[in-house]
Design a protein. Sequence first.
Length: 278
Amino acid sequence: MISSAQQQLTPITIITGGSEGIGKALALEFAQGGFDLLLLARNQHRLETTASEISATHDVKVLTFKCDLTTQDSGRKIVTFLELNQHYCQHLINNAGTGLAGTFAKQDEGEIQQLVDLNMRALTDLSRHFLPDMLERGNGGILNIASMAGLLPGPYQAAYYASKAYVISLTKALSWEVWGTGVQISVLVPGPVKTKFHARMRARSELYIKFGAGISTQRAARMGYSGFRCGKCLIIPGILSQLGAVALKIIPHVLLMPFMAWFLKARIPHKPKSGDRF
Ligand SMILES: NC(=O)c1ccc[n+]([C@@H]2O[C@H](COP(=O)([O-])OP(=O)(O)OC[C@H]3O[C@@H](n4cnc5c(N)ncnc54)[C@H](OP(=O)(O)O)[C@@H]3O)[C@@H](O)[C@H]2O)c1
């Protein structure tokens, strides 16, 4: 039963990492669909620029909240912000994610922990927090952003590939659990997308960077949004990625591993940790 206090709240779509890249493109799709937005990211300036761009072209409310999702108390802060602004989470778009290139044994331990916290812990905590209310209301849903990387092991990006496998597995299982409740849970599984993501993980000399063209953020987001709204659980944008996903089911991983290692290995060794995000 929804209490009268809960009935006063108005719905909002939360997009983690909504300030740029795929998250920004998804924000534009949800705005186009008429949904009010709450965009989350660490850089306040980029958040505000994106919010102004969306508000200028769409008749929706766009709120921003600066937060680092790798910190343990970020979930509580988001919930407090929602309560103060009299909103409830109608859609949760778990988009923020980070990658890490290089040999696992030589990677910075803190950076691995941040990847685990952002790609898996924050996504899990936010989903666990907002899902019960969605189920009680019998509508809304969660769209997780995974990657084709989650469909196989990735030597030289081991933790990133493993984190996306977790996201795909979790989403498929939850989608089964909520079947028939009116709540939708989907996962978007893109191949390469043209954003600054790969440069940020300091992948520059790898063959996949040289040969992987990548689709636009708009295309990935449009397919993610329409698949989610149509009730699809697994959304793979683009015919090439769809064919790739079929091939990955047929070809044994033991045969794929040498190819993936060749494709993902840096030709020039990675420099140790740098502060190139800002
Ligand atoms: N690009 C690709 O080729 C590709 C392919 C498949 C899947 N994906 C997945 O798609 C998602 C989005 O990727 P993208 O390419 O759009 O990345 P991006 O361009 O690097 O954007 C990442 C977004 O996440 C935010 N973010 C990063 N760390 C954060 C943190 N600790 N707390 C809160 N927000 C944080 C960033 O803003 P701030 O830096 O201001 O925090 C930014 O808004 C990721 O999950 C990625 O794994 C990407």
